[in-house]
Design a protein around this ligand. Structure first.
Ligand SMILES: Nc1nc2c(ncn2[C@@H]2O[C@H](COP(=O)(O)OP(=O)(O)OP(=O)(O)O)[C@@H](O)[C@H]2O)c(=O)[nH]1
Ligand SMILES: [K+]
Ligand SMILES: [Mg+2]
Length: 429
């Protein structure tokens, strides 16, 4: 990014559309509004304007957000124009002729970060909100965007600073002999703070499942009816079904929204010994998917011999398939994709299982980055507890804990995270 240039992009969705929003940010914005939109409107008030230079291109609503009270912290404007592909193209072309550069993906948000308007945690919340497909994802993203985690991190950082100040006071004056011993409560405060970090970490799995979905593996021998079942559960025709054993080889992920929670159903190759290289690779991938699943459905069919179920870290439900042909024994429930019987019962059971997994207080942490930062903070405070009799070492440990939290917020070497983060944003965000 070059400093000081003014950027523009279509910030609304695909064209044609009823309305298109073109967003501008940079020092030239007031001048551009003067020249191309009939003057600078009153800040934060919509004004109906003709847009164009020598000839007008469109009529639309123009809003001006002077720095620093804007999304990016720079002068910003939004042009709400007709959502015509040619119209929007003409306006963007005109802007470029007047010295504006077309924005890169995520560049508005990046400027907001660089101007201190948003921290990394909040930007992640914004990214999650833009991508949210389910109700649980939406709520969790909004909590993050609204600063729940940021406020918590700031409060922890302040507590760490206070504790460090206590230690450092004893360093500076240790030769003057008039500084008291650390108060009794000091160690207890360290422990309490560490326990706060640990409590936040216990929500991580719930947060991750709400964000990334509950993974449900459909496993069983070839021809057990896995692909038929994934089609029935998702009411679609995503997976190939044939009577040939070994039809499915690739892992197919099918997202499903049940009661506001995202589930990822996984159609897998049937587990068996095979001479086919492609099928053997499919079996290997199936085994990996089963090991990483939150729930495994082990499908048994009345027209097939019994195969041994794999042992799994996650719960495994025996599901009888092809109930129109006969009943398998010792199953949690039996169903037939042919007649549809039992399919809704299974859907309800999956929904309930997932709801139980994510039930609880709203969680603050949901990303691996969060988890790593909190683990580092726990570790550092634990170290401080251990060396509390040596204030210099204890202070250093607490500094490490602060750094872990600052890194999470992006206040310390953010570059590593930034590029990856903004690559998820589209142009205009
Ligand atoms: N009668 C009956 N046949 C079924 C039912 N479900 C699946 N089948 C049949 O069983 C055969 C195998 O079904 P698939 O869904 O391909 O089984 P799969 O487990 O995905 O098989 P692989 O991918 O080869 O491991 C097909 O011929 C299906 O039509 C059912 O509920 N009733
Ligand atoms: K098959
Ligand atoms: Mg299959």
């Amino acid at each position: 990014m070059r400093d000081g240039d003014t950027i523009a992009a279509l910030s609304s969705g695909a064209l044609p559309a009823g309305v298109a929003v073109i967003r501008l940010s940079g020092p030239q914005v007031p001048d551009l509004l003067e020249r191309l939109a009939g003057g600078v409107p009153e800040p934060r008030k919509l004004a109906l304007r003709q847009i164009g230079a020598d000839t007008w291109l469109d009529r639309g609503l123009v809003a001006y957000f002077p720095a620093p009270h804007s999304f990016t912290g720079e002068h910003c404007a939004e042009l709400q124009v007709h959502g015509s592909p040619a119209g929007v193209r003409a306006i963007l072309k005109l802007l470029v002729q007047h010295g504006v550069r077309l924005a890169e993906a995520g560049e508005f948000t990046r400027r907001a970060f660089e101007n201190g308007k948003l921290d990394l945690v909040t930007i992640e919340g914004l990214g999650d909100l833009l991508e949210a497909e389910t109700e649980n994802q939406r709520q969790q993203a909004l909590d993050r965007l609204e600063g729940g985690l940021t406020r918590q991190l700031d409060s922890w950082r302040e507590q760490l600073l206070d504790l460090r100040a206590e230690l450092e006071a004893r360093l500076d004056f240790s030769d003057e002999g008039d500084v008291d011993e650390l108060p009794e409560s000091f160690s207890a405060s360290l422990v309490a703070l560490r326990q706060d970090f640990e409590a936040a970490l216990t929500g991580f799995d719930r947060g991750r499942l709400r964000r990334e979905g509950v993974r449900v593996a459909l496993a069983g021998p070839p021809n057990a009816g896995k692909s038929s079942l994934i089609n029935a559960l998702s009411r679609s025709d995503v997976a190939i079904v044939t009577d040939e054993a070994g039809t499915t080889r690739d892992v197919r992920e099918v997202p499903l929204d049940l009661g506001g929670q995202l589930f990822i159903l996984l159609d897998l190759a049937g587990l068996r010994e095979t001479d086919s290289k492609a099928e053997a690779e499919g079996v290997r991938r199936a085994e990996a998917a089963i090991a990483g699943a939150d729930l495994v459905l082990w499908l048994v069919a009345p027209d097939l011999p019994e195969y041994p179920a794999p042992s799994t870290p996650a719960p495994l439900w025996r599901i009888g398939t092809k109930s129109d042909l006969g009943q398998a024994t010792q199953v949690k429930l039996a169903l037939s994709t042919q007649t549809g019987s039992g399919v809704d019962i299974l859907l309800n059971a999956i929904e309930e299982f997932g709801a139980d997994m994510v039930r609880g207080e709203p969680v603050l942490v949901s990303r691996e980055r969060d988890r790593q930062a909190l683990l580092a903070a726990v570790e550092a405070v634990r170290e401080a507890e251990r060396v509390v009799a040596q204030p210099e070492l204890a202070a250093e440990s607490l500094r490490r804990a602060s750094h872990a939290l600052e890194r999470l917020l992006g206040r310390l070497d953010p570059e590593r995270v930034l590029d990856q983060l903004f690559s998820r944003f589209c142009i205009g965000k």
